[in-house]
Design a binder for this molecule. Structure first.
Ligand SMILES: [Zn+2]
Length: 371
């Protein structure tokens, strides 16, 4: 028996994703991010149980992805080890900057040590060892090919680029100073923040889908490590909080187009379903019917209805599934029979009393039967 499974653990408004693959008795494991510090408490027994990961990814420095990693490195004895860790710290940003053409380079700030970099450095975990340059970037030569892992998983890097990494350099110190590492996730244009999203009279998908698209310009999000993982003929796109332009550009580089869409079995939508990260043009070059959202809706009321409306509108006829790791106002509003009938989708939520939600990627079509 083999498996290919994603579990979206509860991670406040952030991500804590466990991907498992291979022999069901002894699967491989990749952990992507750890949510906020309180979320680490729930993850620790699981990580102890697993003992050794194949890959541990810290996608970028926003607190809703990295704050849970800080208490990990405060442990006297680490609860797990890993065959590989991927994290682009100041040194990697700086190296990416040095690779850019002189006219594109940004002026450097002063390097500052910080907790996660120091924590990784204190382990014997191979850090960014898949790239000779030690920079996890689509511009590292190794990033152009699928990266194989034990047990048959391959990983195709979609983000970040050297440019996106270098762009964060001037703000790196400021970003870290804001409460522990970086306390806010300001990927929304200022005027878009806050406000209740559940409208009286329901959601108008046509109107929401045609709202003007303003792309995310938050530099930390641009450094997100995003990738397609493939096993057993199935693919999942784990997009972290990546910018839509880099995802689209990399996928087009792999041959994706409106006429030849890139097939994905599950898309962990970027930036918790922010309307600034899922463009109609990105959706138009992928062929996917299962969309997963990781957020409790705090801070930004994610997922944004505009992002989900675009997802429904681009593929109105085929059955689609929306998977949420929290029941909260911005997700429950889609659990509406009339909307589901009109746009041919279903919603899957965590079962009562369960933490987070799992997706069986080898039998993804079975999700259609659940609601
Ligand atoms: Zn985030």
């Amino acid at each position: 028996m083999t498996k290919f499974h994603l579990h979206m653990h509860p991670a406040s408004e952030g991500d804590a994703l466990m991907l498992s693959w291979g022999d069901a008795e002894r699967p491989g494991h990749a952990m992507v991010d750890m949510g906020r510090s309180k979320d680490y408490v729930l993850l620790k027994p699981l990580l102890q149980d697993i003992g050794k990961l194949d890959l541990f990814v810290v996608s970028h420095i926003d607190a809703d992805h990295i704050a849970g990693v800080v208490p990990l490195f405060e442990e006297k004895r680490l609860p797990f080890s890993t065959a590989h860790v991927w994290f682009n710290a100041h040194e990697q940003l700086s190296d990416a900057n040095d690779r850019l053409a002189p006219s594109e380079r940004v002026v450097l700030g002063v390097a500052q040590g910080e907790k996660v970099s120091a924590g990784i450095a204190a382990t014997d975990w191979p850090w960014n060892a898949h790239a000779k340059s030690r920079v996890i970037s689509i511009d590292s030569p190794e990033g152009a090919q699928p990266i194989p892992f034990d047990g048959g998983l391959t990983v195709r890097l979609l983000s970040p680029s050297d440019r996106k990494l270098a762009a964060l350099l001037p703000a790196w110190n400021d970003a870290l100073e804001k409460a522990h590492l970086r306390d806010i996730d300001d990927g929304e244009p200022e005027e878009e923040k806050g406000g209740g999203r559940v409208r009286l009279g329901g959601l108008n998908v046509d109107a929401l889908a045609s709202a003007r698209f303003l792309p995310d310009s938050a530099k930390p999000n641009g450094t997100s490590i995003a990738f397609v993982a493939e096993y057993g003929g199935k693919r999942i796109l784990l997009a972290a909080d990546a910018h839509p332009d880099i995802l689209e550009r990399t996928l087009r580089g792999l041959g994706a187009s409106e006429d030849s869409r890139y097939q994905i079995d599950c898309f962990k939508v970027s930036h918790h379903g922010s309307k600034a990260n899922t463009s109609a043009s990105l959706l138009s070059i992928i062929d996917c019917r299962c969309f997963a959202f990781s957020t409790d809706g705090s801070h930004h009321n994610h997922p944004d209805p505009e992002a989900i409306a675009r997802i429904l509108k681009v593929d109105p006829v085929r059955p689609k599934t929306l998977v949420f790791n929290f029941r909260q106002p911005s997700t429950l509003c889609w659990d509406n029979r009339a909307l589901m009938d009109q746009w041919n989708y279903n919603c899957v939520f965590p079962e009562e009393g369960k933490n987070g939600i799992g997706i069986d990627l080898l039998h993804i079509d079975d999700l259609w039967g659940k609601s």
